[in-house]
Write a protein that binds this ligand. Structure first.
Ligand SMILES: Nc1ncnc2c1ncn2[C@@H]1O[C@H](COP(=O)(O)OP(=O)(O)OP(=O)(O)O)[C@@H](O)[C@H]1O
Length: 329
C-alpha cells in the first residue's frame, strides 16, 4: 500500500475554467520516498502540493492517504492525517502569522495534536528549535516573525511541520526565496530529517540542480501546463530525459562554458520554444522540435524503461544530456 495516492486528479479554479490547472494527474508516494514535482512557473505544482496536503479541494479525482480517501476522513482519522501530512511553503514571510510569537506559532500544533501539555510545551519547543538549528532559548520563543531573517523564518516553518512528527512533508520551493548561502543549509536540514525519521517528501521545485541534490535515489515528475509529461528515477530523468520538454528544461540550466551556452541559444530560436500549450493532442506539441501529425493525438504516459514513463510518441529522439552530466558530476 502506498502512503499517498493521487488518482486521476483534475483541478480548475473559478478563474481558470477554460483550461484545467491540473489534468488527469496520477501519483503515488511510498513510505520513505522522495518524489519531486518539476516544471516551469504556473504548471500547477503548488496547486497539486496543496491538494495533497488537503489545503485545496480538487475539482475531480481522489487523494488517498494510507488507502483512505482524504475527503471522507472524519474525527480521529482526520486529525491523525492532518498531523501526518504537513506542508512547508515557498514564502517564509507570508506563511508565518506576523501577529503571533514563534512560541505561539509552534506551540499551537503541539497542543492541538496532544504532543505537549501546558507544562511540557516549552521544553518541547526548545528541543524543536535546537533540532532546526535555531537559538534554543525562551527569548527566541518570544520573538515575532518580523524580527527574524528569511532563513530563520524558513527554519521556524520547518520546525512547525517537523514538530508534529509527520510521515509526509510537501516542501514547496522551500529554498527559492532564500540567499544562495542559506539554500544548501535548509536542504541539508530537510535531508537530515528525512534520514533520521524516514519522512516521505513531495518536493516541489523548478530548479533541477536543487531537485537533483534533494531527491537522489528518488523520483521526478515533470509537469507541463498541468499535465505530467515524464516520470522516472531522478538520475535517469536528468541524464536520459525521454520527453522533449524535460530535455528543454534541462538544457535551460546555465552552463559555465560560453560555447555550449551559445549553441543552446541558437537551438532555442530554431526550436520555437515559445509556443502556447496545445489545446488538443500533446500539450507540448506547439513548442516541440520533434512534433509530427501524430502529435495531434494525446500520447499516453507510457513506459520507456523500468519505472520510467514519458508522454511522447518519439521518446527515442530525445538526446541524452551530456553537458549537465559532465559539469555536475
Ligand atoms: N487561487 C487561485 N485562483 C485562481 N488561479 C490560481 C490560483 N492559484 C493558482 N492559480 C493559477 O493556476 C495555475 C497554476 O498555479 P500554481 O501556483 O499551482 O503553479 P506553480 O507551478 O506552482 O507555479 P509557481 O512556481 O509560480 O508557484 C497558474 O496559472 C495560476 O495562475
Amino acid at each position: 500500500m502506498s502512503l499517498l495516492e493521487v488518482d486521476h486528479l483534475t483541478h480548475r479554479y473559478a478563474t481558470t475554467k477554460d483550461r484545467p490547472v491540473l489534468h488527469d494527474v496520477n501519483l503515488a508516494v511510498e513510505p520513505d520516498e522522495v518524489v519531486a514535482l518539476v516544471g516551469e512557473s504556473g504548471c500547477g505544482k503548488t496547486t497539486l502540493g496543496k491538494i495533497i496536503a488537503g489545503l485545496t479541494q480538487p475539482s475531480d479525482g481522489v487523494v488517498r492517504y494510507e488507502d483512505q480517501d482524504i475527503g471522507s476522513l472524519r474525527g480521529k482519522a482526520r486529525s491523525a492525517w492532518r498531523r501526518d501530512v504537513q506542508m512547508v511553503h515557498q514564502d517564509p514571510y507570508s506563511s508565518l502569522n506576523p501577529g503571533l510569537s514563534i512560541g505561539t506559532t509552534l506551540g499551537y500544533g503541539l497542543r492541538r495534536h496532544g504532543l505537549a501539555t501546558h507544562r511540557t510545551v516549552e521544553k518541547r519547543l526548545l528541543e524543536t528549535l535546537q533540532q532546526v538549528g535555531l537559538d534554543a532559548t525562551p527569548a527566541f520563543l518570544h520573538r515575532y516573525p518580523h524580527q527574524l531573517s528569511g532563513g530563520q523564518r524558513q527554519r521556524v516553518a520547518i520546525a512547525r511541520a517537523i514538530s508534529l512528527e509527520p510521515r509526509l512533508v510537501v516542501a514547496d520551493e522551500v529554498t527559492s526565496m532564500l540567499d544562495v548561502s542559506m539554500r544548501v543549509a535548509i536542504l541539508n536540514l530537510l535531508l537530515k530529517f528525512r534520514a533520521e525519521r524516514q519522512i516521505s517528501f513531495v518536493f516541489i521545485s523548478h530548479d533541477f540542480g536543487v531537485v537533483r541534490y534533494f531527491t537522489r535515489g528518488g523520483r521526478i515528475l515533470v509537469m507541463f501546463y498541468g499535465v505530467v509529461v515524464e516520470e522516472g528515477p531522478t538520475e535517469q530523468v536528468i541524464t536520459q530525459p525521454r520527453h522533449p520538454y524535460t530535455y528543454h528544461l534541462l538544457r535551460a540550466i546555465p552552463v559555465p562554458d560560453p560555447d555550449v551556452a551559445e549553441v543552446r541559444r541558437d537551438e532555442e530560436v530554431a526550436h520555437r520554444l515559445e509556443g502556447e500549450p496545445a489545446r488538443t493532442g500533446c500539450v507540448f506539441a506547439n513548442r516541440c522540435p520533434f512534433a509530427e501529425d501524430r502529435c495531434r493525438e494525446a500520447p499516453p504516459l507510457a513506459e520507456v524503461a523500468p519505472g520510467h514513463r514519458a508522454a511522447c510518441f518519439f521518446p527515442d529522439r530525445v538526446p541524452p544530456i551530456t553537458e549537465l552530466t559532465s559539469t555536475e558530476r
